[in-house]
Design a protein around this ligand. Structure first.
Ligand SMILES: Nc1ncnc2c1ncn2[C@@H]1O[C@H](COP(=O)(O)OP(=O)(O)OP(=O)(O)O)[C@@H](O)[C@H]1O
Ligand SMILES: [Mg+2]
Length: 310
């Protein structure tokens, strides 16, 4: 039973007089999220991330394609019992306290008072908000509001949690706290679906990611697949590399390039790297250091997004 599966999901918004203007917010999106993983849906503003989540939650209707949660169509009447949701830019009534927010949403979910009180204590602890439970949320920082939001999304003890931009506007310390909470939830066996345009965030915690651009999937895979594709070696040296020597090392591997006095090679083969080092040394170049450099998800994301052919 997979928490989320979509096949060829497409959403077209039409607007204007006679619905003449069309936006293809999702275009043939097929995604599977496995049990117990943190899945990151990435993409620049307007890529379709929120629309995707809203369709899965039954807030927006799809135009075509299929979407299911736990092998049931998203319209199935009991499916939401297993799901938690932290919307993008959420707003709670500002006069409520932190625990008041949880009481309010817990009562809406129909949880009995005894179970609810116990659950609220546990959740406040999980999101490190016990100390501020009686403070009005008006006084909360953005990070505190998001942590209460995560607790609210967990009030019905869901198996699958959708978080739409949970760290947006939160400072680095607050972001780290949120990441730690998400890891704890994964350790408890929950499945987490994360929407974000903050790539460095997703890189640290997601098991798998999909990148959307203008409604289309442009890449899916594990974080390793995204980063090792762009693996490079970096050689720092002393001495002059003239055109002749550069030609020699480029003849060993055509990925060799020099930039700001550093040599970069993206060859995966160790023998090739050694040959380049030997050639440099035998031509009087002193090799100061050699290091493996993995591109961050951010680098590969920016390359993907900027690549006009995708
Ligand atoms: N109700 C709507 N009516 C018309 N167009 C819409 C509607 N909702 C979204 N769109 C359009 O669909 C596209 C995808 O929007 P969506 O909000 O899903 O993107 P997103 O990836 O969540 O962006 P962000 O990073 O800014 O949150 C955008 O072009 C947006 O303008
Ligand atoms: Mg969005």
């Amino acid at each position: 039973m997979q928490p989320v599966v979509t096949h060829h999901l497409t959403k077209i918004f039409s607007s204007g007089l006679l619905k003449r203007f069309e936006v293809r917010a999702l275009d043939d999106v097929s995604i599977t999220v496995h049990n117990g993983e943190i899945f990151g849906l990435l993409g620049p503003n307007g890529a379709g991330k929120t629309t995707f989540v809203r369709i899965l939650l039954g807030i927006t209707h799809k135009t075509s394609g299929e979407a299911s949660l736990f092998d049931k169509p998203t319209s199935h009447y009991r499916i939401k019992e297993k799901v938690g949701f932290l919307p993008e830019n959420h707003r709670y009534p500002m006069q409520l306290t932190g625990e008041g927010v949880l009481h309010y949403f817990g009562s809406l979910s129909g949880i009995g008072r005894f179970t609810l009180n116990k659950r609220i204590d546990e959740l406040l602890q999980l999101v490190n908000m016990t100390k501020w439970r009686k403070m009005k949320i008006r006084k909360y920082s953005k990070g505190m509001l998001q942590r209460i939001g995560i607790a609210q999304a967990l009030i019905n003890d869901p198996e699958l949690i959708f978080l739409d931009e949970p760290t947006d506007g939160v400072d680095p310390v607050g972001r780290k706290e949120i990441r730690d909470i998400l890891k704890r939830l994964r350790d408890e066996g929950k499945t987490i679906f994360l929407n974000s345009h903050l790539l460095s965030e997703v890189e640290v915690i997601s098991d798998r990611v999909t990148v959307l651009k203008q409604g289309k999937v442009i890449k899916s895979g594990t974080i390793d697949e995204f980063t090792t594709a762009a693996e490079e070696y970096e050689i720092q040296y002393e001495g002059d590399i003239d055109g002749e020597l550069l030609n020699k090392i480029q003849a060993i591997d055509n990925s060799v390039r020099t930039e700001n006095g550093i040599i970069f090679i993206s060859a995966k083969n160790k023998e090739t790297i050694n040959k380049v080092l030997d050639t440099l040394r035998s031509n009087g170049i002193f090799v100061k250091s050699m290091a493996q450099r993995k591109s961050t998800l951010e680098d590969s994301f920016i390359n993907l997004i900027n690549d006009e052919t995708t």
